[in-house]
Ligand binder design. Structure first.
Ligand SMILES: Nc1ncnc2c1ncn2[C@@H]1O[C@H](COP(=O)(O)OP(=O)(O)OP(=O)(O)O)[C@@H](O)[C@H]1O
Length: 254
């Protein structure tokens, strides 16, 4: 579903994404983790055709994103980082607007289901600017899944949501991939990634330093947080070569 080879993005001397290879198959719930400034948003912007890589290739749904970014955007559901719905539309107008762009028919019932799912139907006629931050996030989530995309790419899906809604969204995401969808999320919340993701990637200083499923064997008795912090702290001040095999690094005596 996603095939990335040698993907890089530089801003002057800063290598925001540094020669990343990544393959994500259908049915995966993939979580991209990394400290602040490690390259997560840059990766997502390139995958969704919002940003041109410095080098490398990337295919989504078998489509070359550089050659046909519009087709990729048609097929994929996206929630960009810190994006909010337009202030001048009501919540309902916004969902209807997205449904029309997605060329959906009979979308009113589907929109109603989303209002019901997130329990904010009573606010459907409020302007988006007057919705709470969490409700705006619910709306962004609904628009991404409105057309039931085979692939959804979401920057921080649970940000601003209360624990009840977080649980609902986590269950929704897990069911979505069980039913054949594919989801790529980025998150700072390690435990969420460990709980719901089928596979994770850890990015540090633009390098993808770990990909795979994090089962207890690989954690070697550590908490996921301990694993992550070790990985990051051992890389600090060192050349990127030290991160070639983070599991080996971490399991080696300090
Ligand atoms: N437009 C830009 N111009 C210059 N540098 C940029 C630009 N966008 C991102 N960067 C740099 O690229 C690096 C990666 O940034 P990015 O936003 O991808 O990180 P991130 O992992 O999403 O961070 P966070 O978790 O804090 O959102 C950072 O050093 C950032 O300062």
């Amino acid at each position: 579903m996603i095939e990335v080879k040698g993907l890089s993005k530089s801003y002057g001397q800063t290598k925001a994404v540094d020669i990343v290879d990544l393959s994500i198959g259908k049915g995966e719930l993939f979580g991209l983790l990394g400290p602040n400034g490690s390259g997560k948003t840059t990766m997502i912007k390139m995958l969704t055709g919002q940003l041109k890589p410095t080098s490398g290739t990337l295919k989504v749904h078998g489509i070359n994103v550089l050659e046909d970014p519009l087709r990729v955007r048609e097929l994929v559901g996206v929630i960009p980082e810190q994006e909010t719905p337009p202030s001048f539309l009501t919540a309902e107008e916004y969902l209807h607007f997205v449904a029309k762009i997605r060329k959906m028919e009979d979308y009113e019932e589907i929109c109603n289901k989303w209002f019901e799912f997130f329990d904010f139907g009573d606010q459907r006629n409020l302007l988006c600017k007057d919705l709470s931050r969490g409700t705006r996030q619910k709306l962004m989530f609904a628009q991404a899944f409105l057309h039931e995309p085979e692939l959804a790419i979401i920057d921080e899906p649970l940000i601003n949501l209360d624990p009840v809604m977080q649980r609902k969204v986590k269950d929704f995401l897990q069911d979505y991939v069980k039913n054949g969808g594919t989801i790529f999320i980025s998150t700072h919340i390690l435990e969420i990634a460990k709980e719901i993701c089928t596979n994770i990637g850890i990015i540090y200083r633009g390098k993808l330093v770990y990909t795979g499923h994090l089962d207890d064997t690989k954690l070697q008795g550590r908490s996921f947080e301990g694993f992550f912090l070790d990985l990051v702290s051992r890389g600090k001040g060192a050349s990127n070569d030290i991160l070639k095999d983070p599991l080996e690094e971490i399991s080696a005596p300090a």
